[in-house]
Write a protein that binds this ligand. Sequence first.
Ligand SMILES: C[S@@+](CC[C@H](N)C(=O)[O-])C[C@H]1O[C@@H](n2cnc3c(N)ncnc32)[C@H](O)[C@@H]1O
Length: 144
Amino acid sequence: MAKLSKRLNIILEALEPRDNLYDICCDHGELGIAAANRSLAKNIYLIDQVESIIESLKIKLKATDIPNGVAIIPICEDASKIPKKVSNSNLVLAGIGENTAIEILEKYEVDQTCEIVLCIHSDNFLLRKFLIENGLKTVDESIF
Ligand SMILES: C[S@@+](CC[C@H](N)C(=O)[O-])C[C@H]1O[C@@H](n2cnc3c(N)ncnc32)[C@H](O)[C@@H]1O
């Protein structure tokens, strides 16, 4: 298994076990696979809008040992276009800009059993404003 970067490791350590993990904009899928190895969720959705990324992930997953009781589900979709209602879930949005993150979060209806882990590569003033306006509270922050 590929060694996680310091950034992805901080995200991994922030995840508490929940039924579902949505790694949205997953690209290489390393975070979701590491989370699967720790059995941090029963269902791990790896979502990216680029078809070739999802096809490569499917091949990688065939060659990867996943613990019993964990399913990894790769999905090719533009996450800013598909509404989802989620419960008992971790959502991870990492390695994208704040406008993309906001567009995607607008489509995800979460309840109080969910946690969202954000690692945004741009300024995040608008994202913080969006989170506050939508009643989402900050639990923890890391600087690295
Ligand atoms: C830089 S990678 C981040 C990979 C990983 N999350 C990380 O932090 O290392 C950004 C990925 O986001 C995907 N992406 C961007 N906008 C998206 C959207 N609206 N829906 C799904 N995937 C998206 C891109 O295809 C790309 O693979």
